[in-house]
Design a protein around this ligand. Structure first.
Ligand code: FDP
Length: 333
């Protein structure tokens, strides 16, 4: 008989058993994130058939066009969490302010920040998409203020993503390694498929929007030229792989090595990606797998955020590749 596969729930309960003080709240929270992932995956699978492709006609807090699927995915989080009693704060990349949770309702100690649908330019063309989440703990009583959600990445207690590709995967860390679970759609259960993921120290792949290189500072441009230059000893040229979905591109480098970069631009030094909803959670995952995440000049997880929707440049992946990118950006190469 083949061994019993480890489900997401069993994995979390086993890990929890190693922590005698654990209340089970975290296990429930993760199970519900898994449920949101299933709801979104189910909509994405049928998207072309049920009139949910295209835009809503609205613009979000980031000034970006809202896709119908952005809204549907955001709603999935609200449906599952608003009255769950599992969180005391909810903040979404799609919403200007944190969600108002009912005062006279039970609430847990965790604060959940999420990007419901990452890579939304991929929705209408059947390409990969993702969901990113970051979990913080509120130590005080009652419901936290917005300012209490604006924390450094080092304060995350857990983080991860769901990737909607040829299969649906949930990858997360609670600070003790990174584990990947694949959804068996036939029975609606996530099974442990990638235990203790370790990112290679160096890869041979880069993911970047090369159409933007003319907007990049010299250091970042030189770095890309370096990666494309032939050199057998250092495994160059690297291959380019850019899907337009951060989750999918980071997932590729997490498993195979290399790096994803969305650097600062000369006229946009703050970069594009959101610190609290995208960079911090992915940085926690990648660091836990032995990789590195940087703004180009400092560790992502040490950036002191000032606002909920703050943007940040991001270089993330294999530790040697990211360190080398920093050397170029800082003018050391
Ligand atoms: P998108 O705007 O389509 O949601 O989150 C931002 C993100 O996608 C990432 O997933 C992706 O890597 C990047 O932005 C794509 O930006 P460009 O279109 O500028 O390449």
């Amino acid at each position: 008989m083949s061994p019993i596969p480890i489900t997401l729930t069993r994995h979390i309960i086993q890990t929890q058993a190693a922590h005698p003080g654990a209340t089970g709240e975290f296990s429930s929270l993760m199970a519900q994130i898994g449920l949101v992932g299933k709801m979104i995956a189910s909509d994405l699978r049928r998207a072309g058939l049920i009139n949910i492709l295209g835009t809503t006609g609205a613009t979000n807090v980031q000034g970006e066009t809202v896709k119908k699927l952005d809204e549907i995915s955001n709603d999935a989080f609200l449906k599952v969490f608003q009255y769950s009693g599992l969180v005391c704060a909810l903040a979404s990349e799609e919403m200007e302010k944190p969600v108002q949770l009912p005062e006279n309702w039970p609430h847990g100690k965790y604060m959940l920040l999420f990007d419901p649908l990452d890579g939304s330019s991929n929705t209408d063309v059947n390409m990969p998409l993702g969901t990113i989440f970051s979990i913080l703990k509120h130590d005080g009583k009652g419901l936290p203020l917005e300012s209490e959600l604006i924390r450094k990445g080092t304060q995350q207690v857990a983080a991860g993503y769901v990737m909607y590709g040829s299969s649906t995967m949930l990858v997360f860390t609670a600070g003790r390694g990174v584990h990947g679970f694949t959804l068996d759609p036939g029975i609606g259960e996530y099974y442990l498929s990638h235990e203790n993921i370790q990112i290679p120290a160096k890869g041979q792949v880069y993911a970047a929007n090369e159409g933007n290189t003319q907007k990049w500072p010299d250091g970042a441009r030189k770095f890309l030229d370096y990666l494309k230059t032939k050199d057998k000893q250092t495994g160059r040229p690297y291959s380019a792989r850019y899907s337009g979905c951060l989750v999918a591109d980071v997932h590729r480098v997490l498993l195979g090595g290399g790096l994803y970069l969305y650097p600062a631009e000369v006229d946009k030094p703050e970069g594009k990606l959101r610190l609290l909803y995208e960079a911090n959670p992915l940085a926690m995952v990648v660091e836990q797998a032995g990789g590195k995440a940087s703004t180009g000049t400092m560790r992502i997880l040490d950036v002191e955020p000032k606002s909920l929707h703050q943007r940040v440049p991001l270089l993330i992946g294999s530790k040697n590749d990211v360190a080398l990118a920093e050397d170029f950006i800082l003018g050391r190469k």
